[in-house]
Design a protein around this ligand. Structure first.
Ligand code: NAP
Length: 285
């Protein structure tokens, strides 16, 4: 089995590690515009060798795991270069623009649009983790547009690395993911900003920062190079979620100004049901 990974960072690298451990006979070739990432990936054993775009015709799988703006440009070129039996999948955090970018490509049936709901705040090949996808959901969009035989090949791979499959249309994906992922990142970035701005004047603030602050601000360590194009591509949905979030923040502030502690209590109590929702999700996993 020959696998090409284009963009050997957290996601591509973690896929490579799982595939290599499940299929020791597989040759995993890495392609990355960042030469030091490529060399690091080889040195860490994340990939076996450096690959070439010209050789994609011999690939069984091509995994495109680059920032979403880059994926729009790279994907058509990849599809031009692959063989008839190659399956290409892309793992970006937005799905509508990417599905549109390949909609009329003659090799559209060799492509499957995915979003593995797994990750960390770290980037690059050194961030790759074996087992990252175990028990996680892989959202697949427009599955009917992929040749059945190649769909089966991809699904077998996803299941073998422990992923549950969820089918969704690209528009619904982008709408829902704006709430549970994109908004969480903005909220974390802006929490970090609020505290950093204050810290300029009050050095002590970080001595008082407990694990609550650390876990809430974790996503603010994420890569701006990855997140800016995601916000750009999903701008409309993200703006809508931000309006709703800002309105909730403003209402909370008003309650505090009015010293309406019963309302504040009730507001927080009603949101406590997130415990059951998240427990339910963890039980399903
Ligand atoms: P990453 O760790 O930054 O890895 C991306 C790699 O692609 C980097 O080595 C990057 O090099 C390289 N690259 C950039 N432009 C390229 C090009 N034109 N050709 C080849 N390689 C190129 O990013 P990641 O976290 O794995 O994310 C990859 C994709 O997965 C993104 O589309 C993201 O939306 C999606 N995703 C991420 C997560 C997450 O939690 N991180 C979860 C699910 C899905 P440079 O660093 O030099 O740019």
């Amino acid at each position: 089995m020959k696998i090409y990974i284009i963009g050997i960072g957290l996601i591509g690298g973690s896929m490579a590690l799982d595939i290599k451990s499940l299929h020791p006979e597989a040759i995993v070739c890495g392609i990355d515009s960042n030469e030091s990432h490529l060399q690091e990936a080889i040195a860490l054993g994340v990939v076996d060798v450096a690959g070439n775009m010209e050789d994609l015709a011999s690939a069984d799988f091509v995994i495109v795991s680059v920032p979403v703006d880059v994926a729009m440009v790279v994907l058509p070129t990849v599809l031009d270069a692959i063989g008839d039996n190659t399956i290409v999948f892309e793992v970006g955090s937005t799905k509508m623009p990417i599905c549109e970018a390949v909609a009329s490509h003659p090799k559209r049936r060799n492509f499957i649009a995915t979003h593995p709901i797994a990750g960390t705040e770290f980037s690059g090949p050194s961030a790759a983790i074996k087992g990252l996808f175990q028990g996680k959901t892989n959202i697949i969009c427009e599955v009917e547009k992929t040749t059945f035989k190649l769909q089966e090949k991809a699904l077998e791979l996803f299941k073998s690395i422990g992923m549950r499959i969820r089918y969704m249309d690209p528009k619904s994906h982008d709408k829902h993911i704006a709430y549970v992922s994109h908004l969480s990142h903005i909220s974390s970035f802006m929490l970090g900003k609020t505290v950093i701005d204050k810290e300029k004047h009050e050095q002590d603030i970080f001595d008082m920062a407990g694990s609550g602050f650390e876990s809430t601000v974790r996503l603010a360590k994420s890569s701006p190079a990855m997140w800016t194009p995601i916000f750009k591509q999903n701008r409309k949905q993200v703006v809508k979620t931000l309006e709703e979030y800002i309105s909730n923040l403003s209402k909370f502030k008003e309650l505090l100004e009015k010293e309406d502690y019963d309302a504040i209590y009730n507001e927080m109590q009603s949101v406590n049901k997130i415990k059951e929702i998240l427990n339910g999700i963890n039980v399903k996993k």
